[in-house]
Design a protein around this ligand. Structure first.
Ligand SMILES: CC(C)(COP(=O)(O)OP(=O)(O)OC[C@H]1O[C@@H](n2cnc3c(N)ncnc32)[C@H](O)[C@@H]1OP(=O)(O)O)[C@@H](O)C(=O)NCCC(=O)NCCS
Length: 168
């Protein structure tokens, strides 16, 4: 079921048909090899649609957040990005992608998308949300309500990353 928060924004779980459009947004918005592959996005839709929130503007997909769940979160675990070790019943959510189509950035949509995602995870009884971000997004996530944990051991995409957490 989808839910509308304004005249033109709608949120819903993904279908397999969303994979191509989500991949196009992912490679258009993330730098270099930061972007997830089509195979990873397809896996995340299939394995954990409850943690994959699609945002539409006037019926067009313009952004999404996807995730997996773990009992013990190990942020630098690359296999987890393919949901190896994911357990939908586990209390801790690990966000993999937060992305808005560049044509729609700067309008507050990521803020709305994150707020909807947090509510979705609370409704599922989750206890924490974890993510890794680049230096330039640390402040953004602090404003979303995340707390800084530590610099990450990951050098994903050849860059420095930082671990953030939100207690729900
Ligand atoms: C990061 C991203 C999701 C933000 O989307 P958005 O819809 O433009 O964000 P919003 O309009 O909701 O902006 C939220 C706040 O973050 C700030 N912000 C947005 N993008 C930013 C950036 N690249 N660097 C620093 N601050 C940024 C905005 O200025 C805004 O601040 P304000 O509330 O004080 O005005 C989007 O730029 C994106 O998809 N980037 C590529 C993927 C990515 O890097 N995702 C984050 C991975 S950890």
């Amino acid at each position: 079921m989808s839910s509308a928060v304004s005249d033109d924004l709608t949120f819903r779980p993904p279908t397999p048909e969303d994979a191509d459009r989500c991949y196009a947004i992912e490679i258009g918005a993330y730098e270099g090899d930061e972007a997830a592959t089509l195979a990873k996005i397809t896996t995340r839709i299939r394995e954990y649609p409850q943690g994959f929130l699609v945002m539409e503007h006037d019926g067009q997909v313009i952004g999404f957040i996807n995730s997996g769940c773990a009992h013990d979160v190990v942020m630098a675990d690359d296999a987890f990005k393919e949901l190896v070790g994911h357990d939908a019943a586990a209390p801790n959510v690990v966000i993999m992608s937060v992305v808005i189509d560049p044509a729609f950035q700067g309008r507050g949509y990521a803020t709305t998308l994150m707020r909807m995602f947090v509510e979705l995870m609370k409704a599922q009884g989750k206890k924490t949300i974890h993510l890794m971000c680049k230096e330039q997004h640390v402040e953004l996530y602090v404003r979303f309500g995340y707390r800084y944990v530590r610099p990450s051991e990951s050098d994903h995409g050849g860059m420095g990353w930082h671990e953030m957490i939100m207690e729900l």
